[in-house]
Design a protein around this ligand. Structure first.
Ligand SMILES: NC(=O)c1ccc[n+]([C@@H]2O[C@H](COP(=O)([O-])OP(=O)(O)OC[C@H]3O[C@@H](n4cnc5c(N)ncnc54)[C@H](OP(=O)(O)O)[C@@H]3O)[C@@H](O)[C@H]2O)c1
Length: 339
């Protein structure tokens, strides 16, 4: 393997490793081997890493079937940083480029000073964003984009995967969990695609979700949207605390219920509703450099905003997890990495 770029040092790096399962204290800052970029990969010097609920679910041991045999237990699916080196067969990226990416694999590996990632998952970092802001984008925004595309391909024939402005024109879209990482991008993207957006969130975030594009807000403590009179073309259940069955009566004919919760009940609904008028869909986030480039254009144009809750230094990953799990913030929590 050849490597292009200068990565000096002792071949080690600092990373936050999950030692066993449990509370935030299982996260330890350790010195580990620095990865090298393989064929088709770039090595990113990480400047900021985003935190997602997936990270603390993995840390708590909620996905042991997936994590049991994994030796490298560095969490983190979102990174923004600078390319330190490129592996063979990488085109379009060079050492020194500012980039952001969603990492694949079970744990991801982003809470670290360096990470190697396939170049097809990487995109140029939006020019107007800081590293911390850019690290708050990938997984949450890619999830929102995929979910809306999935819904769009069902509600609007002939534009299967288009995501142009106007593609959801005059459609009623409800986002359950609108003030969170995924929800804030979903509200903004649905608005960009022309939808009329109803946001479900806590009362303290009502003003904020209106500001980013919601036409109506439902406080989940005051009202159950699934029992209301309003009907929707798309229900994006980000929080996944309502089932397709519970939502069916407020779905319009041809409407779609999309969730990000990949449980057996959700997959069963997806299969069982295939021949029906209204549909249930499960969406899983997938790394995509192309989609990140498209989102970057919207971010640079000021049409899409990333909302940061708090930034913690890498060494305080445990505190950052505790803050996220408490659920009192608004927007993304990010780790800042200083070499
Ligand atoms: N399958 C996938 O690929 C995938 C990808 C990304 C995320 N996810 C999953 O999606 C979920 C949300 O992720 P996230 O990053 O958006 O989380 P987050 O940033 O923690 O946001 C969660 C949001 O849920 C809202 N909420 C809490 N209780 C609610 C209720 N009873 N009704 C409606 N909303 C409620 C909160 O609103 P308030 O703060 O206003 O109370 C908060 O804004 C997580 O479970 C995550 O694991 C899955």
């Amino acid at each position: 393997m050849s490597e292009n770029g200068d990565v000096s040092g002792n071949g080690k790096m600092r990373a936050v490793v999950a030692r066993g399962y449990g509370g935030p204290k299982v996260l330890r800052l350790e010195e580990v081997a620095r990865p090298r970029p393989g064929k088709g990969e770039v090595l990113i010097e990480v400047r900021a890493a985003g935190i997602n609920p997936l990270d603390w679910r993995l840390r708590r041991g909620e996905m042991r079937l997936l994590t049991r045999f994994k030796r490298t237990r560095v969490l983190g699916r979102d990174v923004a940083g600078v390319i330190a080196a490129t592996g063979d067969d990488v085109e379009g990226f060079h050492a020194g480029d500012k980039v952001y990416a969603m990492l694949g694999g079970v744990f991801g590996g982003g809470y670290a000073e360096y990470v190697a990632v396939g170049a097809d998952a990487v995109a140029p970092m939006p020019e107007k964003l800081s590293f911390e802001e850019a690290a708050g984008v990938p997984l949450a925004a890619l999830t929102a984009l995929r979910a809306l595309r999935e819904a769009l391909s069902e509600v609007k024939e002939n534009v299967p995967h288009a995501c142009d402005a106007g593609a959801l024109e005059r459609r009623q879209v409800l986002i359950n969990g609108a003030s969170g990482g995924v929800g804030t991008f979903a509200v903004q993207l649905a608005k960009i695609f022309g939808a009329d957006v109803t946001a479900v969130c806590g009362a303290r975030n009502a003003g904020f979700v209106r500001e980013i594009g919601a036409a109506r807000v439902i406080d989940y403590d005051e009202e159950d949207f699934a029992s209301g009179e309003e009907t929707y073309d798309v229900i994006f259940d980000v929080v996944a605390n309502r089932s397709y069955r519970a939502c069916k009566r407020v779905l319009r004919p041809g409407g779609v219920y999309v969730t990000t919760e990949p449980g057996p009940r959700q997959f069963a609904s997806q299969i069982l509703t295939m021949p029906d008028d209204t549909q249930a869909r499960v969406v899983l986030a997938k790394p995509s450099g192309d989609d990140l480039s498209m989102l970057g254009t919207l971010l640079d144009a000021g049409r899409l905003r990333v909302v940061l809750d708090r930034v913690y230094p890498l060494e305080e990953a445990a505190e950052a997890h505790a803050h996220g799990e408490a659920g009192n913030g608004t927007g993304k929590i990010v780790l800042s990495v200083r070499l």
